[in-house]
Design a protein around this ligand. Structure first.
Ligand code: GDP
Ligand code: MG
Length: 370
């Protein structure tokens, strides 16, 4: 029962079927591309190819973005990737806009024009922070559900005149489920009714104990409107990033996640990708979910053409053949043939899943009629 076809195993490792067959032969296992091998053999093969195994269920062997690890000495420190969450109207969008304006590089370049799905701020010290510009926990959970773990730190925005509200609590749950550290931004401190102590006390009810109350949750009083304490919030994010010791290997084929993708008239599919490891370059062939493409152009978060993008950099990419979904994982591959092979396999699997789901619902319908 715990089995996987050689074809499927090869696809999940992004290796050639013929190479997997050869490796199997070396182990004394004769199998054709369509034959199944048991999970233990699969695990050995995965090790042979230098990938690591993640068994999603007993019968499932998955190799993904986490799968292929980079040697320690190849890892360099990278900027944190931050997602802003919180209750509606507590100031997520305002805070994202205010933080964007603290970017020293943007001001040097004469203003901020472009809006893509994510942006990067360079602080006066030269340190960088990447923000996912799709606030709200819907985007966060949707991306996680599709396999992308892009967020290193969640900024939980709580309006100081309103306190903890239902969506604040949901956001806390999502961040905890994802094991992503939370930094609290107590916003709207400029308002007459602002009471940050009340917010800190209310956080206690959700096991978030701020430092002043003896815990380890960092909280910063800000005003997105009056633009106060934004530098303090950014320093706090960098402090948390340092604790997390975020690193990536920039010297490898790029992999990361789709933040958003849409079709634009005259440009084709335009995707915002977040590079998580490696460096994405113009001309690279990549697979994103069930779609593939060749990077025709790379644009930074201000719409300027760039040649390459390293870890934690958000980029707009032109050249996709179809439109992937937010949260799809992307990986650079060696050839167009490889890209086609992987996407065909994934499409096939999607259809199988849909068929299985359809089968299940008819069964449920049958039973509900009994
Ligand atoms: P979101 O729904 O969380 O994205 O909230 P918005 O950023 O759209 O803000 C909701 C409302 O609160 C808007 O009218 C903002 O102008 C206002 N707002 C946001 N931040 C502040 C702040 O720091 N002070 C004050 N006084 N108003 C704010
Ligand atoms: Mg908003």
């Amino acid at each position: 029962p715990e089995a996987i076809t050689v074809q499927e195993l090869a696809s999940r490792m992004a290796e050639r079927g013929a190479d997997v067959i050869k490796a199997l032969m070396k182990m004394g296992v004769m199998a054709t591309i369509n034959q199944t091998i048991d999970a233990d053999t699969a695990e050995l093969i995965i090790g042979e190819f230098g990938h690591t195994v993640r068994r999603v269920s007993a019968a499932d062997v998955e190799v993904g973005l986490e799968g292929d690890s980079d040697a320690d000495e190849t890892l360099l420190s990278r900027p944190p990737v931050v997602t802003i969450m919180g209750h509606v109207d507590h100031g997520k969008t305002s805070l994202l806009d205010a933080l964007r304006q603290t970017d020293v590089a943007a001001h040097e370049a004469g203003g901020i024009t472009q809006h893509i799905g994510a942006y990067q701020v360079t602080l006066p010290t030269g340190k960088k922070i990447t923000f996912i510009d799709t606030p709200g926990h819907a985007a966060f959970t949707e991306m996680r559900a599709r396999g992308a773990n892009v967020t290193d730190i969640v900024v939980l925005v709580v309006a100081a005149d309103d306190g903890i509200m239902p969506q604040t609590i949901e956001a806390i749950h999502h961040a905890k489920a994802a094991k992503v550290p939370i930094i609290v931004a107590i916003n709207k401190m400029d308002k007459p009714g602002a009471d940050s102590q009340r917010v800190r006390r209310e956080l206690l009810n959700h096991e978030l104990v701020t430092e002043d109350l003896g815990g380890d949750i960092l909280a910063v009083e800000v005003s997105a409107k009056a633009k106060t304490n934004l530098d303090k919030l950014e320093e706090t994010l960098l402090l948390q990033a340092e604790i997390l010791d975020l690193k990536a290997n920039p010297e490898r084929q790029a992999a990361g996640a789709v933040v958003e993708a849409k079709v634009e008239r005259g440009r084709g599919t335009v995707a915002t990708l977040l590079v998580q490891k490696g460096t994405l370059k113009v001309g690279d062939i990549f697979v994103a979910g069930a779609e593939w493409g060749r990077v025709r152009a790379l644009l930074d978060d201000r719409g300027r053409n760039i040649e390459s993008a390293g870890p934690a950099t958000p980029v707009e990419v032109l050249g996709l053949q179809g439109t992937p979904l937010a949260g799809d994982v992307f990986v650079v591959v060696d050839s167009e043939a490889r890209a086609r092979e992987i996407t065909e396999f994934r499409l096939h699997r999607q259809r199988e899943k849909l068929a299985a789901a359809a089968g299940r619902s008819t069964l449920e319908q049958m039973f509900s009629k009994i």
